[in-house]
Write a protein that binds this ligand. Structure first.
Ligand SMILES: Nc1ncnc2c1ncn2[C@@H]1O[C@H](COP(=O)(O)OP(=O)(O)O)[C@@H](O)[C@H]1O
Ligand SMILES: [Mg+2]
Length: 159
């Protein structure tokens, strides 16, 4: 997979769920088969909202909710299959492997979105697009996109 977004992080402030969803829809246009999107952020940060936007951009109109209990939800888009995966209930990478995570990540005909992506510290492809969502206030989110590694709010954590 080639470089989809510049190396430097892209930071957006989204003042409503609709803006966050629209950001996801814009991102979808840059994706290709095999793309992996890792979503980081606390409960309520907006991971599912941006996942819904990506799904819309891939031509998926059905309801998109966190697949917390099923772990994975599969959708058929215009061109690609979408796997929307919520790792919240998997406690370790070994659990994720037992679940079959590597097969989803390796599927070149699909785009994979992961909520609670930090549950997979070593298995994510190097080209993974990391999106970090931070709550600024009730309806505002700071959203940082960076390919290859998660954004860190502390500069000392960046390599
Ligand atoms: N700017 C915003 N972007 C995204 N969500 C927002 C925003 N402002 C308020 N919200 C609300 O925050 C919640 C985010 O929920 P959700 O996407 O399910 O979070 P997560 O999947 O990270 O746990 C929703 O209720 C949404 O309406
Ligand atoms: Mg969610």
């Amino acid at each position: 997979m080639s470089i989809l977004i510049p190396e430097a992080p892209i930071v957006s402030l989204c003042g409503s769920p609709e803006e966050t969803e629209a950001l996801g829809t814009q991102l979808a246009a840059k994706l290709q088969g095999g793309s992996v999107i890792a979503l980081h952020g606390d409960l309520g940060a907006g991971k599912t909202v941006i996942a819904r936007g990506i799904a819309r951009g891939l031509g998926i109109q059905s309801a998109v909710t966190s697949p917390t209990f099923t772990v994975v939800q599969e959708y058929l888009g215009n061109v690609w299959t979408l796997y929307h995966i919520d790792l919240y209930r998997l406690s370790s990478e070994d659990d994720a492997i037992a679940f079959g995570i590597e097969d989803f990540l390796a599927d070149r005909s699909a785009i994979t979105i992961l909520e609670w992506a930090e549950r997979l510290p070593t298995l994510l492809p190097a080209e993974t697009v990391h999106i970090t969502l931070e709550r600024v206030r009730e309806t505002e989110r700071r959203i940082t996109q960076q390919q290859g590694r998660p954004a860190s709010s502390k500069p000392s954590e960046q390599q």
